[in-house]
Design a protein around this ligand. Structure first.
Ligand code: LLP
Length: 423
C-alpha cells in the first residue's frame, strides 16, 4: 500500500518523533512546526536577490509566535507590524526598532502614537493617516503605502491592489502627499506596497515593482534623496495541492528578473537605499502541519463524513476562503484503508465547518490522527475560541528532530480571563 502520509514522510516532518507520540504528549489539535524547514524558507528568501540593500521583511500577521520570530531574526530577516499586538510580539522576539516597519491601516491616534513612541518607522496608506502622522510627529519620519493599481491573490478577500480595495494611496494623490509632507515637515523615508496574497506566477508582482520604481522617478529630487526604503510587498504563493504535484512559484526566475530590473534601475537613478520584499505565507506555511484526531465517522446515506477535533476556530482558511489544504492520515491501527470520497469536518456547530469537501482520501476510523499540511501561515494567527473551544498548543521540532512546546494549549480559565462583572 502506498504511504498514507507521503509528504510528511518525504520531508521527515516529525523528526525523531511520530504524530501519535506528539498527540499523546501535547494533545490535539496541535500545530507542529519544523525548524529546519522554517530556516530553509528564510534562506531561500534571503537569497532571492543579490542586489545590495536587499532584505526580507517578514509579515508577522501570518504567524506571530515569538519563538518562531526569534528564529527568523537569527536568519537576518526584519519584520513588520500592523497593530500594537504585533509590535509587542516583535519586541518580545528581540527585534529592535530599526528592524521593524509599522505597516498599518486605519490606525487610531492611540495606535499610531504607540508605534511612534516605540521609535519604529510607520507607513501610512491614506492622506488622512498621513495628516495624523504629521499632527502626532511633526518633523518626523514617515513612509507611505501606494496602490499600484494592480492586484493579485487567491481570493477577492486578499487582493490588496487596485481601486476596489481600501489599501494604499493612488498615484494621482501624490501632489497632496507632497503638500502634507511639506506642511508637517515630514521626511519621506520609504515607499511600500502590497498587491495581494498568494500568487503562483511572477508577472503581476514584477509589473507592480516596475510601477513603484516609475513612481519614485516622478518625485522631486529633494524627496527622492530622502527615500531609503522601497518595499514591494509579499504574496509569494506556495503549492497547497502537494499530492497532485502542483508546481512551485519559480523563485529562481522571479529573483533573477527582480535583480536584473533593480540593478538596471539603480544604475539609472543612483538610488542607494534598501529594497525589501514582504512575505508572510512563504516563510511559514510549509513549516507547519496541524495534527488533529478523528473523533467520529458517519455515513448518512448520501455522504460520508469524517469528524475531527479541528474545527474552523483552529484553522479558518478552508471556511473563510474555500482554501485547499492537503490532509494526510496517521492511522491508529493497521487495518486496510481503501480510498473513500469523504467530507472532513470539525467539531463546531455550523454546517460550514468543513476542512475538506468530498475529497478522496484513505478511509478513516475513530482514533486516527490526521495532519493538515501547510498550516503555518494564517493558521494559529487566525484561530479563535468560537464555541468556547480553547486555542491549541504549538510545538517546534528542532533541528535535532526533537519536539519543544512553544505555546501551551489554552485552559478553561484562559477562556474567561477577560470576563468582568460576574457576581
Ligand atoms: N504585507 C502586507 C501589507 C500584507 O497585508 C500582507 C498580507 C503581507 C505583506 C503578506 O502577504 P503574504 O506573503 O503572506 O501573502 N489570511 C489570508 C491572507 C491574508 C493576507 C493579508 N495580508 C490567507 O489565509 O490566505
Amino acid at each position: 500500500m502506498s504511504s498514507l502520509s507521503p509528504h510528511t514522510d518525504a520531508v521527515t516532518f516529525f523528526g525523531t518523533s511520530r504524530p501519535e507520540l506528539l498527540a499523546k504528549a501535547f494533545g490535539t489539535p496541535l500545530y507542529v512546526y519544523n525548524e529546519t524547514i522554517l530556516r530553509q524558507n528564510c534562506r531561500d528568501l534571503m537569497q532571492l536577490s543579490s542586489i545590495p540593500g536587499f532584505g526580507v521583511n517578514y509579515s508577522v500577521k501570518a504567524n506571530a509566535n515569538p519563538v518562531l520570530l526569534r528564529i527568523l531574526r537569527e536568519e537576518k530577516l526584519v519584520v513588520d507590524a500592523m497593530s500594537p499586538g504585533e509590535l509587542y510580539m516583535d519586541f518580545l522576539a528581540g527585534f529592535t526598532p530599526e528592524e521593524i516597519l509599522y505597516i498599518s491601516n486605519n490606525n487610531s491616534e492611540e495606535e499610531m502614537a504607540n508605534a511612534l513612541a516605540h521609535g519604529v518607522i510607520i507607513s501610512v496608506d491614506s492622506l488622512s493617516q498621513l495628516e495624523m502622522a504629521g499632527r502626532l510627529n511633526p518633523g518626523g519620519r514617515v513612509m507611505i503605502r501606494t496602490n499600484p493599481g494592480i492586484g493579485a491573490g487567491h481570493s477577492d478577500k486578499v487582493i490588496t491592489g487596485g481601486k476596489a480595495t481600501k489599501f494604499g494611496i493612488v498615484p494621482e494623490k501624490m501632489p497632496e502627499v507632497l503638500a502634507l509632507l511639506e506642511r508637517y515637515n515630514l521626511t519621506l523615508v520609504g515607499i511600500n506596497q502590497h498587491i495581494g496574497s498568494l500568487f503562483m506566477q511572477e508577472d503581476g508582482y514584477l509589473d507592480a515593482v516596475a510601477i513603484l520604481l516609475s513612481l519614485f522617478e516622478t518625485l522631486p529630487e529633494s524627496i527622492r534623496r530622502q527615500i531609503g526604503i522601497l518595499d514591494f510587498g509579499g504574496g509569494f504563493g506556495i503549492p497547497y495541492h502537494k499530492h497532485a504535484g502542483e508546481a512551485r512559484l519559480d523563485m529562481k526566475s522571479l529573483g533573477k528578473k527582480l535583480t536584473d530590473m533593480l540593478s538596471a534601475w539603480r544604475d539609472k537613478t543612483r538610488y542607494s537605499g534598501r529594497f525589501l520584499v514582504e512575505p508572510g505565507r512563504y516563510v511559514m506555511a510549509e513549516a507547519c502541519v496541524l495534527i488533529g484526531r478523528v473523533t467520529a465517522v458517519k455515513d448518512n446515506g448520501l455522504k460520508h463524513f469524517s469528524g475531527t477535533d479541528i474545527g474552523f476556530n483552529q484553522l479558518m482558511r478552508p471556511v473563510l476562503y474555500d482554501s485547499y489544504h492537503e490532509i494526510e492520515l496517521f492511522p491508529c491501527d493497521d487495518t486496510p484503508r481503501p480510498s473513500l470520497v469523504q467530507t472532513v469536518t470539525g467539531n463546531i456547530c455550523e454546517s460550514g465547518d468543513i476542512l475538506a469537501k468530498e475529497r478522496e482520501l484513505p478511509s478513516m476510523r475513530e482514533g486516527d490522527l490526521i495532519g493538515v499540511l501547510d498550516a503555518g501561515a494564517y493558521g494559529f494567527s487566525m484561530a479563535s475560541t468560537y464555541n468556547q473551544r480553547q486555542r491549541p498548543a504549538e510545538i517546534l521540532i528542532n533541528q535535532e528532530g526533537l519536539p519543544r512546546l512553544i505555546r501551551r494549549r489554552e485552559s478553561l480559565e484562559d477562556l474567561c480571563r477577560t470576563v468582568a462583572g460576574l457576581r
